[in-house]
Design a protein around this ligand. Structure first.
Ligand SMILES: Nc1ncnc2c1ncn2[C@@H]1O[C@H](COP(=O)(O)OP(=O)(O)OP(=O)(O)O)[C@@H](O)[C@H]1O
Ligand SMILES: [Mg+2]
Length: 372
């Protein structure tokens, strides 16, 4: 933003740095560590105040698009000053954009997981709606569609890992390579990593925030994934620390939200999608799970959890429905047996539903890659 000379003078005149004596910028390096820190904090808060009051007076309101440019290129406050003034006084910046900028300011830079091309999250605000079942079958679906692709699945549910059982890898332990990286276990051609491989399935994990975060970091960054074309991450329920740190630490191609059609699940699915919007993770769409129960004997259909709830929410939120998966006993039984339906009965209507979702996911990632 280029401020008029007058506005710049107002800003500088109003910055009260008297507590630090009349020093010029070049003498700041002589200040002690704490003093410097206070000075920096002071300048920041004073700048905010001054800019706020300056722009609240209409006579000095700057023109819509302008650039702040009154620091030297080496000034340590340059980034702060420009980011804190962005959007101030300009009516075309929405509250939402402003909040995003504020949130982004102190976040670590997102990085791709080493050796992984596309990371896809499978999430929902609510527990037990079928995230893990969807994650596993969609990962297998992707592998079935793109037969030369390397596909992996990461179980990010530290407290209730499901992937070892669903992928029939229970009781196995990953080796460590010469670089001290965990080597993923493999089944059905999929590389898998889960906290369930590292702790006893029957003993509860009693960790708090920081321990969970460091476990997640290890599972994400210290695994020899390479080379992987697609990594599907099975997220725990909710919109808490794990979801936020994964969304903020790694580059994500997109998130798939899973929900059943009942109101209580939709409420949480909406929260999940909104959280991803806030942290700038593209939501690829919503999967409607268990919308129709099919009796395996007579074929009778019933809508136990409601019929079309996900479609309504998707429409309201401007999202696509990636597919419908029926509530079917074969899906549950095959998951529990560690032979997911996409591999155990690949031509069944249930497996085809998952493959069709995998296709939708792939098409959206490719479109986004092209757009980037
Ligand atoms: N479409 C379906 N038809 C029948 N059973 C299903 C279907 N989807 C999921 N299930 C079953 O529902 C149960 C919960 O599914 P799943 O573990 O995938 O949910 P989740 O959302 O990952 O749960 P959590 O929040 O605890 O991680 C499992 O027993 C699974 O086999
Ligand atoms: Mg799960």
């Amino acid at each position: 933003m280029i401020l008029s000379l007058r506005a710049t003078r107002v800003l500088l005149r109003n910055l009260n740095l008297s507590a630090y004596g009349k020093r010029t910028t070049s003498s700041y390096p002589t200040l002690g560590g704490n003093e410097l820190l206070f000075l920096e904090t002071d300048i920041k808060s004073q700048t905010r105040q001054v800019l706020k009051s300056h722009w609240s007076s209409s006579s000095t309101r700057p023109r819509k698009r302008s650039t702040l440019s009154f620091t030297t290129s080496k000034c340590s406050q340059r980034t702060f000053l420009s980011s804190s003034t962005q959007g101030q006084g300009s009516s075309d910046v929405t509250e939402d954009e402003r909040r995003k900028r504020l949130m982004a300011r102190n976040l670590p830079k997102r990085e791709p997981i080493p050796g992984v091309k596309n990371t896809i999250l499978v999430a929902s605000g609510k527990g037990g709606v079928g995230k893990s079942t969807t994650a596993v079958n969609v990962a297998l679906g992707i592998a079935a569609i793109e037969q030369n692709a390397n596909v992996g699945i990461l179980d990010a549910d530290v407290f209730g890992p499901s992937i070892p059982r669903m992928m029939n890898l229970q009781g196995k332990e990953p080796d460590i390579d010469k670089n001290n990286q965990l080597i993923p276990l493999r089944n059905f051609g999929i590389s898998c990593m889960s906290m369930g491989f590292l702790v006893d399935e029957k003993s509860p994990v009693v960790w708090r925030g920081l321990m969970v975060m460091s476990a997640m970091q290890r599972l994400v960054k210290q695994v020899a994934w390479a080379p992987l074309d697609y990594l599907v991450i099975d997220m725990p329920p909710g919109t808490g620390d794990t979801q936020l740190s994964i969304s903020q630490l790694i580059t994500i191609a997109g998130a798939v939200i899973v929900s059943t059609p009942q109101d209580i699940a939709l409420l949480d699915a909406r929260k999940g999608a909104e959280m991803f919007n806030k942290v700038d993770v593209p939501v690829l769409g919503i999967v409607q799970n268990m919308s129709v129960y099919q009796c395996p004997k007579c074929g009778h259909e019933a809508h136990i959890f409601g019929q079309d709830g996900v479609h309504g929410v998707a429409k309201e939120m401007g999202l696509d429905v990636l597919g419908d998966v029926p509530l079917h006993i074969d899906i549950r039984e095959t998951s529990d047996r560690g032979k997911p339906i996409v591999v155990s009965s690949p031509q069944s209507p249930q497996a085809l539903a998952y493959k069709s979702i995998a296709k939708e996911v792939l098409s959206r990632i490719k479109t986004e890659d092209l757009d980037r």
